[in-house]
Ligand binder design. Structure first.
Ligand code: COA
Length: 261
């Protein structure tokens, strides 16, 4: 396992728990933390024993309170573009991962924190979670894909409002807007919900799950015809042993045993 500086990374019975670990700075994402997440996802892609991922923040107060403002303050036009592009690349690796990734949002998810949560396939929050894109308060805009993913998730009207006012919303508002899948009262309940979702997804045919991820992500790729991607994926599934197993098991009235082949 890699030597991480700002994250905790543990494979617990097939579910990787990735915890952003800078609680003194409300888990703000500095460049080293982005690098740690990048390496962790290389591990997640390569390690067949990892079947799903939970991303959360250390402590009780914050998921991630944004990109690290002390680093943002030093940026200029040249390195700011690279800064945004390298963060976007890491967040795309999360979004395109063929294993299910759930964010457990336990407090502030602001700026890059909201963007990190949105790069995950699903989001579960505790009741104290707060979401926002407050970059305009600093004279900048979201740079890790926030304008795009927020608009895809909640539509233009509310995305304009959040990105232009910098206002924060609470967990129930985020749930109503479609930014969240579930809100639970406590951290313990939220972790249990994440594990319940992941264990359910992990019990399905892994090739089909990876293709669902590709097809749903195709919605946001203008270069790609998502209907074509779906038809190709549908056809590809029929070549797998898991397709034969899934359909046979249904007809034989038994539970399928998927092997990821
Ligand atoms: N970058 C760097 N440091 C951050 C940070 C960020 N995005 N967010 C919080 N911190 C640091 C604070 O500077 C403080 O550090 P210090 O104790 O060394 O002074 C520590 O985390 C605790 O934050 P603090 O502001 O004292 O907590 P609070 O409870 O009063 O306020 C927030 C919480 C989230 C409202 C406030 O920290 C905040 O507005 N953070 C910035 C959010 C933001 O603009 N994010 C987008 C960045 S692009």
């Amino acid at each position: 396992m890699a030597n991480y500086q700002n994250i905790l990374f543990e494979n617990k019975e097939g579910i990787a728990h990735l915890t952003i670990n800078r609680p003194d700075k409300l888990n703000a994402l500095n460049i080293q933390t982005i690098e740690d997440i990048k390496v962790a996802f290389e591990e997640i892609y390569d390690d067949a024993t990892i079947k799903g991922v939970v991303i959360t923040g250390a402590g009780e107060k914050a998921f991630v309170a944004g990109a690290d403002i002390s680093e943002i303050a030093e940026l200029n036009e040249l390195n700011a573009r690279k800064f945004a592009e390298s963060g976007q690349e890491v967040f795309s690796a999360i979004e395109n991962c063929h294993k299910p990734v759930v964010a457990l949002v336990n407090g502030f998810a602001l700026g890059g924190g909201c963007e990190l949560a949105m790069a995950c396939h699903m989001r579960v929050a505790t009741a104290n979670a707060r979401f926002g894109q407050p970059e305009v308060n600093l004279g900048v805009i979201p740079g890790y894909g926030g304008t795009q993913r927020l608009t895809q998730l909640i539509g233009k009207a509310k995305s304009f409002e959040l990105c232009m006012t910098g206002d924060m919303i609470n967990a129930n508002q985020a749930l109503t807007l479609g930014l969240l899948n579930y809100v639970l009262d406590t951290q313990t309940e939220a972790i249990a919900k994440c594990e319940e979702i992941l264990n359910k997804v992990i019990s399905k045919a892994p090739v089909a799950i990876g293709l669902v991820i590709d097809c749903i992500n195709a919605v946001s790729n203008e270069q790609e015809n998502g209907y074509q991607t779906e038809a190709n994926g549908f056809a590809a599934c029929t070549k797998t042993a898991d397709f034969a197993e899934g359909t046979t098991a249904f007809l034989e009235k038994r539970k399928p045993e998927f092997k990821g082949e």
